[in-house]
Design a protein around this ligand. Sequence first.
Ligand code: FBP
Length: 551
Amino acid sequence: MHVSDLQRIRYTYSPKLPPAIAGKITTIDVQKGGPTESVADQDALKEVFAHSYGQPIVELIEGATEHEAPKRVIGAILSGGQAPGGHNVIAGLFDALKAANPASTLLGFRGGPSGLLENRAMEITSKLIDTYRNTGGFDIIGSGRTKIESAEDFAQAAKVCRELQLDGLIVIGGDDSNTNAALLAEYFRSEGVATKVIGVPKTIDGDLRNEYIEASFGFDTATKTYSELIGNIGRDAASARKYWHFIRLMGRSASHIALECALQTHPNVCIVSEEVEAKSWTLHDVVEQICDSVRARAAKGMNFGIVLVPEGLIEFIPEIKKLITSLNDLLAHEADAFGRLESDGDRVSFVSQRLSDDLKATFSSLPAGIQSQLLDDRDPHGNVQVSRIETEKMLIEMVEAQLKQDAGTGVYKGKFSGLAHFFGYEGRCAFPSNFDADYCYSLGYTAFLLLASDLTGYIASIRNISRPAGEWKAGGIPLTMLMNMEQRHGSRKPVIRKALVELDGAPFREFASKRDSWKVETSFSSPGAIQYFGPPEVCDQPTLTLKLERS
Ligand code: FBP
């Protein structure tokens, strides 16, 4: 890839580390807390994780005595969707590993978890890592969504780790990938495989978090990138005064991205999926929320505005959620017959004939494009690929139809012209903000220190991150602490519980206190582009979500 001037200058940025781990690496100690419990289903999880359930939370602290630092071989996997800062996790891991013992080796598995199963390992050298420091993307080794699932997969992973004599394996991923990391750690322990497994919390979606994992990496940069674009569109809308912009934002389930962008940019409407579900809103209710704003603004002569739509919305509307669950079962059970159908029309009528009457009515009320998008392939974890469902276009169509009806009865006299946007891939590989550059480097560094402390089945945790890096703390959280049992592919499986937007949490309450005025007035805010050089108040600020949650 061509090296831009910004990229060249970013290579030289030195990420900040939490003070306790910034000193001599071979003197760092771990301080252990008491035993822990999972978030739910403790008995079932104790059975699944017989060798790794209930481990203590650990904090890394400065020690006084020197530890041995044997030569180690460590492997790293980037898993799932890209998130800004992945390269810095690897850089932090590399620097810590080499600082402890320069003869150690870091391997990267190419193409995600399948790279481990197929033993596609490559050595990460100093020369290589220096051309990826502080850059976006996962292209140093690539990523993938393969799930390590069957008994054969686990045995194959163990075989490769033994062959490569891996002391440790770092899995950089979201909730599903870290669930995999926990299962691998358990399997390796039960089979006497020496490789220790440590996870790193990645996902722009921001839904892998709890009291100890204050944010997943990438959320900061991605939301700042989207907010810049939304802010620009707001200025355009207020200048041209003729379009309603419907902007769908990534976030497969949770609405954290949409909410953070709303706090940054003050749109007229931001739908929050978790509220839709909690209040059992129908699709018609969602459309009405938007129409209310369009009508109120039209009455003031403002036929323009901004609507933010979280990409996961469709799965949170109770009637559509039921439909999707039924479609998932149907497509799983009739996969062969369904796979033989050639046209969208055939697929839609095949499914319609097999749905119950109420679900059939819901399905046929949806625009044709959405019907066929709901039948697209699921991802390897069984999820509907919501990034392919054009909810923003569906809402424009439905709002337009409602306003036409209103116009017919004289209720509405304004104009409405909707424009659709989808922001997702635009933000996933941006140059990491200073926050993400520091946070990710610290996570990688911490992941090594957890392995070097002989821990397995942990996820790296950096805490106090709403404060400047000089106040950050590093440590590890047992992965079993984040888990519960959920229904997946027809059976109960251990999984990391997704952190959704809490309606009584500070970020949502802040939004709820402002939205009535945003709905009618033009209050757009334009935060501008991420700044990498300059005063800390513009370069080193965390997200509003983090500030509000931790204030
Ligand atoms: P992860 O959960 O793996 O981090 O991915 C999140 C995400 O960016 C979602 O926001 C989006 O729905 C999905 O990935 C898109 O996946 P793909 O890259 O496979 O199109």
